[in-house]
Design a protein around this ligand. Structure first.
Ligand code: NDP
Length: 329
């Protein structure tokens, strides 16, 4: 038997969660069974933990948790054997397939990556889906010619999970980093991670009035979307690139095409869920190399399974700072 946070639907159709004892026979099909050590709380976890499952959860009972790290307990796949340390992000685990909010998980071997050398399972989940996606974004900017000598890089939603890890990586790589935040009280935290300029959220959340503003940013990692992304596009330097990661501020994009046509701005879509295996390995290797572990530590708050309902609600309100690591045991 093992413990898991299980969501069940009430008669009103709304789901709520409780910690339950499950047996291995309850686990979904898959070829690798993992003894989970740590999971995390990402924005999408907040959606999955909400009463309507954020439109992502299809069937109940459900075990959420879109990422986890742990040790292989049994495997029917030649690539993994008992005792191997593994990490999982993406593949709609925690949404349509049971996820990491339990002491055991059973998944497809194709969805796993070996724990990156130099990281513990706890550190891998301090990074989690949010931080993994931050690194994918940094790599996309690099692939499009953004480098520290080209000018400052803007990170929106800077005090959140994606934002904090992005700031830590960019500052360590030598970029001048500006961070947009709606929480002035996080200024000290953001500066400790490497932000040199704080941009108040209200400076950027007004609708685009002029399609082009002064050329300010060589790159941007955007976790917010909506009006903020539209404004940022008009502030990019000639040939600059924006990695569109998230929608914490809205899924719309009330922009004009002028920044693309007159300044050659690139809008780069970042998906972490269906990323091919080789990209995943490359991103995790870069994380182990380019994200300073002392900065990662400064972003992390510990939690347990019983904290998850509250943390899920908090992250949807933009009230979680940095990253949360959930010890499921
Ligand atoms: P967090 O809640 O930790 O971070 C989001 C941050 O955005 C908040 O901390 C806040 O930062 C800012 N924010 C929140 N609400 C608003 C608002 N209404 N207007 C402007 N800013 C706002 O979430 P995550 O870091 O886990 O995820 C961030 C986004 O990235 C989410 O939309 C998520 O779905 C997406 N994502 C996408 C992935 C992909 O594969 N493309 C993978 C992982 C995440 P502050 O207080 O500093 O302003």
């Amino acid at each position: 038997m093992f413990k898991a946070l299980v969501m069940e639907q009430g008669e009103d159709g709304l789901a709520s969660s409780a910690i339950k004892e499950l047996s291995e026979a309850d686990l979904p099909q898959g070829d690798v069974t993992v003894a989970v050590e740590y999971s995390t709380v990402n924005y999408k976890d907040g959606l999955c933990l909400s009463p309507k499952g954020g439109g992502l959860v299809r069937n109940y009972p459900h075990v959420p948790g879109i990422d986890f790290a742990g040790t292989v307990e049994s495997s029917e796949d030649a690539r993994y054997k008992p005792g191997d340390k593994v990490v999982l992000t993406g593949w709609r685990v925690g949404e349509v397939h049971w996820g990491g909010y339990g002491q055991k998980a059973r998944v497809k071997a194709d969805w796993l990556v070996p724990l990156p050398e130099g990281l513990s399972t706890k550190q891998a989940m301090a990074v989690g889906t949010a931080g993994f996606t931050s690194m994918l974004s940094v790599m996309a900017l690099e692939d499009h010619g953004v480098s520290p000598d080209k000018g400052p890089v803007l990170v929106t939603g800077a005090a959140g999970g994606v934002g904090s890890v992005a700031v830590g990586i960019l500052a360590n790589l030598g970029y001048e980093v500006a961070g947009v935040t709606g929480r002035p009280e996080t200024e000290g935290y953001l500066k400790s991670l490497g932000v040199s300029q704080i941009v108040p959220r209200e400076d950027l959340n007004e609708t685009v009035k002029r399609p082009l503003e002064s050329e300010t940013w060589a790159g941007c990692i955007d976790a917010v979307g909506g009006e903020m992304l539209a404004r940022v596009l008009g502030q990019m330097k000639y040939g600059g690139s924006v990695a569109a990661v998230g929608l914490a501020g809205g899924a719309g994009l009330p922009a004009t095409v002028i920044p693309f046509l007159l300044r050659g701005v690139n809008l780069l879509g970042i998906d972490s869920v269906m990323r091919p295996y080789e990209d995943r390995l490359r991103a995790w290797e870069r994380i182990a190399k380019d994200l300073p572990m002392d900065k990662l530590e400064a972003m992390v708050k510990p939690a347990t399974l019983s904290d998850l309902p509250q943390l899920g609600a908090d992250i949807l309100k933009g009230q979680v700072q940095g990253r949360v690591v959930v010890d499921v045991n």
